[in-house]
Design a protein around this ligand. Structure first.
Ligand code: ADP
Length: 491
């Protein structure tokens, strides 16, 4: 085994901080209801996870404030938006997409500041994809009858949308773009730790002159989310978040007739065969689990390596880990940023401690973690048994569990041995083996010789405890349409 050392000092990069001057924050934000700012009755502080700096106070929406937002969405639905020709709705979506592109640096800086993700990811992944989603669904707005031939799609009504903190603006666009394209109006609640880009987005809505009430944004924690779920005036709930909350929402909505889509947790298998391009696979594994600090529901958190190449692969992987730069999310050279919140850091620490107690072998590259803020070093566990908590539970952090297999059949059996089924990866040179594996892996997305690739044209969603319903692509329109011509809408 090679002696693993940190990069020599003369190879390190000079600091390259992105200026945060482009972002102007208000001291306090209310809720965006009917195109106006409604002063929040209760507020809390949102911080920067890199150093716990207070950034602004934001509202904790009460049931009354949620009600005002739902009413505004209903009014907008009835008073023009749902009957607007698709080609007109498309114009607003195209406008929003273009404004996001124009203001992408501002959004990227704010996303990294409030969420902790490296600026190169928010700049090169989150923002381009968010704009791409609006462009893509703008294209569908006047073509819904071609999307669903002979089915006469109509909007559902008011959509309540609840999103997580790992891709705040991107999840917002995954939710809002298809909803608007199909003629629905929206009340969206961002996650409590990352409300700021959703609040800045309200400025984009005004700039785009979107009619008031078509999109309403209320901030707050799970209580606000629950008030939205329970509101009688909401026709559809779209939720992305933890499996536990997803299950509670499903129970709450049973029998109400409200439409529901759930995108929940994951514990993806990344399966590496001995005929793969090894260096390419190592890059894919690193991208699969350390991208966005592993705060990714489809992260490749379980690595299955064919036994014959386990030793050289693990050695290369550890070597690669020593070159990852962990630190300030606003530094353009940073590969791994800050953990999103203290709560999430504690969850990661707890599961990593469980892994050590259960007998797995831990490896962390030498790295100097900043003193303030929330940080966790990229971690690899070897000697992992399938029964260990680190192989079963979603950690949602930069922690990889390595397991081995001998035959493709064994790989499939082990990969599918999970309550989740969101994504999977296969690394092999043989096309036939990729197809053989893809047919057998119970996962909504199977990547081959790549990982964590997203595209607005491609549907995304899970099996089993990873949820149901698809977002993205043609499939992503369906949850925002209703097809029964006898149904009445808006009431
Ligand atoms: P995570 O573990 O990723 O924080 P959560 O499921 O707790 O996932 O959070 C995802 C989103 O769901 C957040 O916007 C959060 O505020 C919201 N949320 C939490 N609890 C509830 C609830 N009981 N009902 C509705 N939304 C909730």
């Amino acid at each position: 085994m090679t002696d693993l050392k940190p990069i020599p000092a003369d190879w390190t990069y000079a600091p390259a901080p992105e200026s945060r001057d482009i972002v102007t924050l208000a001291a306090e934000y209310g809720h965006f209801v009917g195109g106006e700012w409604l002063t929040a009755t209760e507020t809390y502080e949102t911080i920067a996870p890199r150093d716990e700096e207070p950034l602004a106070r934001v509202g904790q929406a009460t049931p009354e404030e949620v009600d005002a937002a739902v009413q505004a969405a209903r009014d907008a639905f009835l008073n023009g938006w749902s009957s607007l020709p698709g080609s007109e709705r498309a114009k607003y979506l195209f406008r929003i997409a273009r404004i996001l592109q124009e203001r992408s640096r501002e959004f990227a800086v704010l996303e990294s500041l409030n969420g902790g993700k490296p600026i190169k990811e928010s700049r090169d992944v989150d923002l381009p994809l968010a704009a791409a989603h609006f462009f893509y669904y703008a294209g569908w707005a006047d073509k819904l009858e071609y999307a669903f031939p002979n089915r006469r799609p109509k909007p559902v009504g008011v959509a309540g949308q609840i999103i997580p903190w790992n891709f705040p603006l991107l999840m917002l666009s995954w939710k809002i773009a298809p909803a608007l394209a199909c003629g629905n109006t929206v009340v969206l609640k961002p996650a409590e730790t990352t409300p700021l880009t959703a609040l800045l987005f309200c400025d984009v809505l005004r700039q785009a002159e979107l009619p008031p009430g078509v999109v309403n944004i209320v901030t707050g924690d799970g209580r606000t989310g629950a008030a939205l779920v329970e509101h009688d005036g909401v026709d559809k709930i779209a939720f992305t978040g933890s499996t536990d909350v997803g299950k509670a929402i499903q129970r709450r909505l049973a029998g109400t007739g409200k439409k529901l889509t759930l995108e929940l947790g994951g514990k993806a298998a990344n399966v590496v065969f001995d005929d793969c391009a090894l260096d390419q696979a190592v890059e894919g594994i690193v991208n699969g689990i350390y991208f966005n600090q592993g705060h990714v529901c489809c992260a490749g958190s379980r690595l299955f390596v064919q036994e014959s190449i386990a030793e050289p692969l693990i050695e290369k992987l550890k070597q690669r880990l020593t070159t990852l730069r962990v630190g300030d999310p606003l530094d353009k050279n940073t590969d791994v940023g800050a953990i999103n919140s203290r709560m999430q850091l504690e969850k990661i620490e707890e599961l990593v401690a469980a892994g050590q107690e259960e007998g797995a072998e831990i490896y962390q590259p030498p790295c100097n973690l900043p003193e303030k803020g929330y940080w966790f070093a990229p971690t690899v566990f070897t000697n992992v048994a399938q029964s260990y908590r680190i192989a079963q539970e979603e950690i949602f952090g930069p922690v990889l569990s390595v397991l081995t297999f001998r035959t493709p059949e064994e790989a499939v059996e082990k990969a599918n041995n999970t309550p989740y089924g969101l994504s999977a990866g296969v690394w092999t040179e043989k096309g036939s083996r990729i197809l053989w594996m893809a047919q057998r892996l119970r996962a909504g997305v199977v990547w081959a010789n790549t990982f964590n690739r997203f595209d607005p044209t491609s549907p995304f969603g899970g099996y089993k405890e990873s949820g149901f319903g698809r977002e993205g692509g043609l499939h992503g329109l369906e949850p925002y349409c209703t097809f029964d011509d006898s149904e009445t809408f808006g009431g």
